[in-house]
Write a protein that binds this ligand. Structure first.
Ligand SMILES: Nc1nc2c(ncn2[C@@H]2O[C@H](COP(=O)(O)OP(=O)(O)OP(=O)(O)O)[C@@H](O)[C@H]2O)c(=O)[nH]1
Ligand SMILES: [Mg+2]
Length: 450
């Protein structure tokens, strides 16, 4: 019997008609129209910005954007989201221009999705959450990532399962082909729903194990007293590039949205010999679908539990200011807003003028302008990180007798010696070192300083 996630594949089937959302690896050009609803409390620039982001998402999913339309209304129409007249015009336009799909900038209710699909004939109707889930699905590589996506997709799909759907699903032999067992209509629908719920339950159980594993890992790190620093930021801002540059790793870097889905942890030692653990995370975006936030709990927990966040902001993007606000909003949603943040103003190698930079610097203190790609100004970033991880260091004056000379080697390895004087019976040192050495060095401290 096929697994349910193989059957409920949005990229191959959908309510009422087969639906193919092209993923980035499919080359065929598919034209789409983007649709936004503008309510009285929306400003035009906000609508346009959101559409701009949707355009990036559509392109990341392999679509070519033909145009966008904005429908102003007092309230969303319960049947069609936008006005029914607008749906008719949209239909005409799509027919005349060979449009493959329309993508709504907001989430559609199951009823709206069904009604619009009915009016638009062969044109596929997609909403924001669905396209984001689809991109995530195309990017997921690890078992954990795939499970998280499947969960988000099933949760998105459950309320949208309708009778038209079961007709299609039955043709595919979803219940394993036991003739006579499947009842028509409601009964079939109920069976499908139950099967989805069971699958959701079992994925959640598997993900719980992942959470437990991660929390054990975190406890182990705490024991080693290594500060954990999570790289966060808008998708495509350069988080993985920075991780690779600092740790000489090869995490995938790509000029596309959501290149990274799984958290990767790498150890790095600052020039003052302070080890830190850097964690690369999934990128943020405006209106991150709640199904994804729920599904990616284990991943996002790394952000919540980190000792410090490095917010990577692409300052070469003229939307940098908005992206900053989006990231702050998502941090609030994740209850991680109170965390210590160092902002990295990235991609300065692409800046033609420094004009906007000053304003962003004022907005994001403490911050460091860098280029993760060329390595420009990374020394300054190290200084700021050393400063921010001071709590993990002890500053002290020590006298180590020659009988314990091996300790001096340990201080060299885990610390930074500022002054050293060799005397007859031992060595006098002024040093800062990792707190893990506190126990070993306690009895040799002449004076502790801050
Ligand atoms: N010119 C320039 N390009 C950069 C710099 N940093 C990153 N890039 C480019 O920006 C693109 C995105 O980089 P990634 O490191 O994949 O970005 P990310 O934040 O990890 O993206 P997601 O994983 O999708 O959230 C790639 O094409 C990088 O080569 C930089 O300092 N300068
Ligand atoms: Mg990345």
């Amino acid at each position: 019997m096929r697994k349910i996630h193989e059957i409920y594949d949005f990229s191959s089937k959908r309510i009422q008609k087969p639906k193919t959302i092209p993923t980035s690896f499919q080359k065929e050009t598919k034209k789409v129209v983007l649709v936004a609803l503008e309510l009285p409390n929306h400003r035009r620039w906000q609508t346009l910005e959101s559409l701009q982001e949707l355009k990036l998402l559509a392109e990341s999913a392999g679509f070519t954007v033909d145009k966008h339309i904005i429908n102003k209304r007092e309230v969303p129409s319960p049947s069609y989201c936008i006005g029914s007249g607008s749906v008719d015009s949209l239909h005409e336009y799509c027919k005349a221009n060979d449009i493959h799909s329309v993508i709504f900038d907001d989430d559609l209710t199951p009823a709206q999705m069904k009604n619009i699909s009915a009016k638009l004939d062969d044109v596929i109707v997609i909403d924001r959450t669905e396209i984001i889930i689809d991109i995530f699905a195309a990017r997921a590589r690890t078992k954990e990532g795939k499970l998280q996506i499947e969960l988000a997709r099933l949760e998105y799909m459950l309320p949208r399962l309708t009778r038209q759907w079961t007709h299609l699903v039955r043709q595919e032999g979803m219940t394993g082909g036991a003739v006579g067992v499947r009842g028509p209509g409601e009964k079939q629908l109920e069976m499908d729903r139950r099967q989805i719920r069971e699958r959701i339950h079992s994925i959640k159980k598997e993900l719980k194990l992942v959470e437990t594993y991660r929390s054990t890992q975190r406890k182990r790190r705490k024991r080693h007293n290594i500060p954990v620093i999570a790289l966060i930021g808008y998708t495509n801002s350069g988080k993985s590039t920075l991780l690779n540059k600092l740790t000489d790793s090869h995490v995938m870097v790509a000029d596309k949205l959501f290149a990274t889905l799984d958290p990767t942890a790498r150890r790095f030692v600052l020039p003052n010999n302070q080890p830190i653990l850097l964690i690369d995370t999934v990128g943020f975006i405006n209106k991150l679908p709640h199904q994804l936030v729920d599904a990616f709990k284990a991943t996002l927990e790394e952000v919540r539990q980190a000792d410090l966040l490095i917010h990577v902001l692409d300052v070469s993007d003229d939307k940098a200011e908005d992206r900053l606000q989006i990231v702050r909003k998502v941090l609030k949603e994740l209850s991680a807003y109170e965390k210590k943040v160092v902002t990295v103003l990235n991609k300065i190698d692409c800046l033609i003028s420094q004009d906007g930079l000053l304003h962003l610097e004022r907005e994001t203190m403490p911050c460091v302008p860098i280029s993760a790609k060329t390595g420009q100004n990374l020394e300054r970033l190290f200084e700021v990180l050393s400063e921010q991880t001071r709590d993990y260091r002890t500053f002290g004056r020590l006298f180590i007798p020659y009988s314990h000379h091996s300790l001096i080697g340990k201080i060299y390895e885990n610390g930074n010696i500022r002054k050293q004087k060799n005397c007859d019976t031992g060595v006098y040192l002024e040093a800062e070192y990792d707190r893990v050495l506190d126990g070993l060095l306690e009895s040799f401290i002449v004076k502790k300083s801050v």
